[in-house]
Design a protein around this ligand. Structure first.
Ligand code: AMP
Length: 191
């Protein structure tokens, strides 16, 4: 099974991605998590992207796409995966199409987690207190929301037109949302 998960910052993508990955025994691949791990390990990639990420800006497409192309070729991803946080721009949509064409793969559906904007900000402020993510301060949160609306929301239409978009209500407890997602996937994807 190959899936994408999309949603605004704070929609619960990361949390749900881990639960989906466990449930269907596929790796959850998060570009944001890969970048954060590289920043923590002070790798050349980490040094390159650190400032952009802490300002709430996107990492350039060429870098992000190279990271994804390489990650999808790792052994654990050969039979399936869940991509969290990629694609995020229309150019990345095309880049992903090309990566998958090269690998003779395709994905099954795109999960869209829908959450009321006011709830999003509340959740992000809470996450900042708990996790201390450098990009969870108020100014960066605002910028990430703006970038999301401008760059990423249009992707929903692309995938809706392709008949691949599956919208799920992302409000409620983590378990409630997870159950809703599993039901939506099971109703959509042939196993
Ligand atoms: P996330 O953990 O998905 O919220 O990602 C955290 C940050 O990493 C984002 O705000 C971006 O700065 C960067 N990032 C993650 N994925 C991408 C992507 N597909 N394209 C560009 N930047 C990304």
């Amino acid at each position: 099974m190959r899936l994408l998960i999309m949603g605004a910052p704070g929609a619960g993508k990361g949390t749900q991605a881990k639960l989906i990955a466990n449930h269907y025994r596929i790796p959850a691949i998060s570009t944001g998590a890969i970048f954060r791990a590289n920043i923590a390990a002070k790798t050349p990639l980490g040094m390159r992207v650190q400032q952009l990420i802490s300002a709430g800006e996107f990492v350039p497409d060429v870098i992000t796409t190279a990271v994804v192309a390489k990650r999808l070729l790792e052994n654990d991803a050969l039979d399936g995966w869940l991509l969290d946080g990629y694609p995020r721009t229309t150019d990345q949509v095309e880049a992903l199409d090309i990566i998958l064409e090269d690998q003779r793969q395709h994905f099954d559906c795109v999960l869209s987690l829908e959450v009321d904007p006011e709830v999003l900000v509340e959740r992000l402020v809470k996450r900042a207190e708990i996790e201390g993510r450098a990009d969870d301060n108020e100014e960066t949160i605002r910028r990430r929301m703006e970038v999301y609306r401008e760059e990423t929301e249009p992707l929903m239409n692309i995938y809706r037109e392709r008949g691949l978009l599956v919208s799920v209500d992302g409000q409620g407890s983590v378990d409630e949302v997870a159950e809703r997602i599993f039901a939506a996937i099971d109703a959509t994807v042939d196993k």
